[in-house]
Design a protein around this ligand. Structure first.
Ligand code: ADP
Length: 326
């Protein structure tokens, strides 16, 4: 087993709050173990462009509380091609980097998987995504902050919805995963929560709104994930306006505010724990694993399994939504 002595850390794909806390943990744990640590700028693109900088303990001072990522992030088309990955490898060799920590989502892990199959560099993935759509972990870095940002916004919308007896359709992020919608909807008492994981029965939604109207139950909010098959909030609003013309509805799309902002305590703590664990894993000779947390214990999943399986939405949650909104 080769001893890993020089490691690179990068953030890739969509940014998520808490990535900085993870970078800080990787850098400081590496330095604690007398390793050299390099920051790779703008994800895989920086690897290809040799935008690789030495990191010191002070380089990560005062970042644990900041959203975004000091290493920047990007999507790299070139890295999708074998030629691009070869250039990236040659650049790592120039710096003698012999281990990588990739903080990103399933796309980034797919890239890491290919890269490590082609070249002899162990890769450790840390789940950094607001969508929480990665198997093998109960948490992803950024989800807790994003969902808290969403509920803060939805609570505000609820005030005005209530004042006007108006219904709001609120669109939250989640192209393939409904976790932000599910959690923020439950936490704010939404009437319906529409997510990509389940088939949306628009007839049921219409019927239930008409029935609630009949018994004068105030209905003020539907939360829809942007990737629901009905479309986003605008599409849903158009359908409901046509079907129930007397309903006074407004649309609010929360958008990118869900990505930014200071990470929550949970995201900072998880990111710190995972960043530390990533370096320990490289020292122990682990390679091509994603590290997550399950049942409050570190959990290792081979990168290829982490990208193939998505987290499933527990059917009981959906039952809870229905019962609590009745
Ligand atoms: P996320 O990691 O947030 O899911 P993306 O899906 O955009 O974000 O992936 C981030 C980057 O990972 C891509 O821009 C690309 O460079 C790399 N990547 C994604 N999929 C692959 C793949 N199949 N092969 C090689 N690289 C990939």
């Amino acid at each position: 087993m080769k001893k890993v002595t020089k490691i690179g850390v990068l953030t890739s794909g969509g940014d998520s709050p808490g990535m900085n806390a993870a970078i800080r943990a990787v850098v400081r744990t590496g330095i604690y173990h007398q390793m050299e640590v390099f920051g790779i700028m703008r994800g895989y693109q920086g690897m290809i462009e040799n935008d690789i900088i030495p990191m010191h303990s002070r380089s990560v001072a005062n970042i644990i509380q900041r959203g975004g990522t000091i290493l920047k992030t990007a999507r790299s088309k070139q890295f999708m091609e074998p030629e691009g990955r070869k250039i990236a490898y040659e650049n790592l060799k120039k710096h003698e980097i012999d281990g990588l920590v990739i903080i990103g989502g399933d796309g980034s892990f797919r890239g890491a998987q290919k890269f490590s199959n082609e070249f002899d560099i162990p890769c450790i993935g840390l789940p950094g995504t607001i969508d929480k759509d990665i198997a093998g972990t109960d948490f992803t870095i950024g989800f807790d902050t994003a969902v808290n940002t969403a509920i803060e916004a939805i609570d505000k919308i609820r005030d005005t919805a209530d004042a006007h007896d108006r219904m709001f359709i609120i669109e939250v992020m989640g192209r393939d995963a409904g976790y932000i919608a599910l959690h923020s909807g439950i936490a704010t008492g939404a009437e319906h929560i529409l997510i990509p994981e389940t088939k949306t029965d628009i007839e049921l939604v219409v019927e239930s709104l008409i029935e609630k109207e009949r018994r004068k139950k105030l209905v003020n909010m539907i939360v829809v994930a942007e990737g629901d098959e009905i479309g986003g909030a605008n599409e849903l609003s158009a359908v409901l306006k046509e079907r129930i013309p007397m309903l006074d509805t407004r649309v609010c799309i929360l958008g990118h505010i869900q990505r930014g902002g200071a990470p929550s305590c949970l995201d900072r703590v998880i990111a710190s724990r995972l960043g530390y664990a990533a370096v320990e894993a490289l020292i122990e000779g682990k390679h091509n694993q994603m590290i997550g947390v399950m049942n409050n214990k570190l959990h290792y999943t081979p990168l290829d399994k982490a990208v193939k399986a998505k987290q499933k939405v527990n059917a009981e949650w959906l039952k809870i939504v229905k019962i609590l909104a009745s």
